[in-house]
Design a protein around this ligand. Structure first.
Ligand SMILES: CC(C)(COP(=O)(O)OP(=O)(O)OC[C@H]1O[C@@H](n2cnc3c(N)ncnc32)[C@H](O)[C@@H]1OP(=O)(O)O)[C@@H](O)C(=O)NCCC(=O)NCCS
Length: 148
């Protein structure tokens, strides 16, 4: 694959936030947590894919998964999810959770399973996405972190 996920750099933030806006995803706290974000960069530096991992205690929260409309359907979203999961493994996290309103089936195909909200750890349950960012109707999903 020519294009692939890379560690996000500080100068990608503005482009990354722009992509999130276009995908109707929240920018809340993204810049502050950019250290565990990944981007797909075009040759000219434009960010055409993004995904982030938030660390909450022993668990991770996958968020901000977005691919530019012109670049969808070529596996970039899947590669971004894998990059975030690999980071979770590197950090020794045990489980990665996510909340999604529109892409439940997409993540089900990526190994995530529906999870009762009551199963959220206190740290995940206290996250902004869980308490405020995503509606109560959003799917809550989890996937064990692969051990290297
Ligand atoms: C979801 C998203 C990241 C997928 O990116 P992508 O690079 O096109 O994904 P991939 O190439 O890895 O996978 C494409 C496959 O997923 C399917 N797919 C894409 N979005 C989907 C969705 N919301 N629900 C179910 N399936 C979806 C496509 O139909 C395609 O299926 P196919 O392989 O059978 O043809 C992209 O559509 C996007 O940015 N959506 C808007 C933001 C969003 O909803 N993000 C998820 C919540 S955080």
């Amino acid at each position: 694959m020519k294009l692939h996920p890379e560690q996000a750099r500080p100068h990608d933030v503005a482009n990354g936030l722009d992509l999130l806006r276009r995908a109707a995803l929240s920018e809340k706290d993204v810049a502050e947590r950019w250290g565990h974000y990944f981007v797909v960069r075009e040759d000219d530096g434009r960010v055409v894919g993004v995904a982030g991992l938030e660390v909450h205690g022993e668990d991770g929260l996958l968020r901000s998964v977005a691919v530019d409309e012109d670049y969808r359907g070529q596996g970039l979203g899947a590669a971004l999810v894998e990059a975030a999961l690999e980071r979770a493994a590197t950090l020794g996290l045990s489980t990665v959770y996510l909340l999604t309103t529109d892409a439940r089936d997409y993540f089900a195909h990526r190994g995530f399973a529906d999870c009762p909200r009551e199963e959220a750890s206190p740290a995940i349950g206290a996250s902004w996405e869980f308490t405020t960012g995503c509606p109560a109707t959003a799917a809550f999903m989890k996937r064990s972190v692969p051990r290297g």
